[in-house]
Design a protein around this ligand. Sequence first.
Ligand code: ATP
Length: 323
Amino acid sequence: MKRIAVMSSGGDAPGMNAFIRSVVRSAINRGLEAYGVRRGFQGLIDNDIEQMDKRSVSNIMQRGGTILQTARCDEFKTKKGLRQAIRNLNFHGIDGLVVLGGDGSLTGALSLHEAGFPVIGAPGTIDNDLGGTDMAIGVDTALNTVLDAVDKIKETASSHQRAFIVEVMGRNCGYIALISGIIGGAEMICIPEKPFELMDVVRLVEKAYVSGKTHCIIIIAEGANHSTHAIKKTLDARIEEAGFETRVTILGHIQRGGSPTAFDRLLATRLGAAAVDHLIRGESGKMVGLVGNKITTTPLRQIIDYRRELDMSLYDLARSLEF
Ligand code: ATP
C-alpha cells in the first residue's frame, strides 16, 4: 500500500473534516501518499482527485461540512460508472480508498470492494441508523444543535403559553427525535418506528394544558406517520380541546452544520486513523466503528443487510418520564 485516497459522500455531517484530517495525517505519517476525492462518487467518476499534504488539512478540525465536498451520484450505481471510478483510481496509482458516509455511500464502497478494489468504510451520517457502531460521526453534534434549539423554543413557548411542534431530520429513523425528545424534555415524541393517531396528539396537548403546564413541546421526525402540517392543522381545528395555540419550527439543514462537538472530533480522529491502519494491513470491505468505546470493524455486507433498529427501550424511558 503506497497511496490511499479519502472521500466524503452522501449527506454532510459535522466531523467529516476531522476525519479527513486524521486519514491524511495518519497516512503520511505512516509513509504513504494521501489523495482526496472531491464530491464523493461523482468526483471519482469525473477524476476530481488530488494529492493532499499535511498542510492541506490544517485548521479544519473545528469546521462543519467537508472540505472535499460531497454529492449524490446515481451514475456510480451503474457498471459503467463503477468501471470509470476504478480506472481513475488506477490512473493515480491509488491502492486503497476510505469512504465516509451513510448506508448509501457504504453500499457504493461495497461495490468497489466486490470489484476487487481495496476499500474501508466509516460511518458519517447524522441519522445514526448504521449497525457496527454505537455512534456515527456527526450524530452528537446534530443532537446538540437540536437540543440548543429546543431549549430556546421552550423559553418562548412558556412565555406565550404555546404548544410547539419541532420537526427534526429522520426520514426512516427516529433516533434524533427520540434522543432530543428525552434530553430536551419534550411532552411528546413522534417517530416513524411508533405510529400514532392525530387524536393522540390532541389528547396529549389537552392533558398538558389541563395539568397547568405553561408549554407543550412535540418533537417529530420528518418520517413520522403523520406530517407536521397535519398535526398543526388538527390542533388548530381543535383548539377548544387542546387549549394551547400551536406554532411550528422546522429545524431543517441547521442540523447538518456547525462546529463538531468534542465527541465527534475524537470519534472522527480515531476512526480515520483506524481506517488507514486496516488498509495498510491489507483489509478491505469493512467499516470501522465504535462499539463499547473500542474501535472495531464490521463487514460492509453486514452493515448494509442489517439496518440498525432503534432501541425502543429508550422510547419507553421517554414515556416513563411523562409529566
Ligand atoms: P445519508 O445517510 O446522510 O443520507 P448516504 O451515504 O446514505 O448518506 P445516499 O444518497 O443514500 O447517502 O448515497 C450516497 C451515494 O452513494 C449515492 O449518491 C451513490 O453515488 C452511492 N450509492 C448509493 N447506493 C448505491 C448502490 N446501491 N450502489 C452503488 N453506489 C451507491
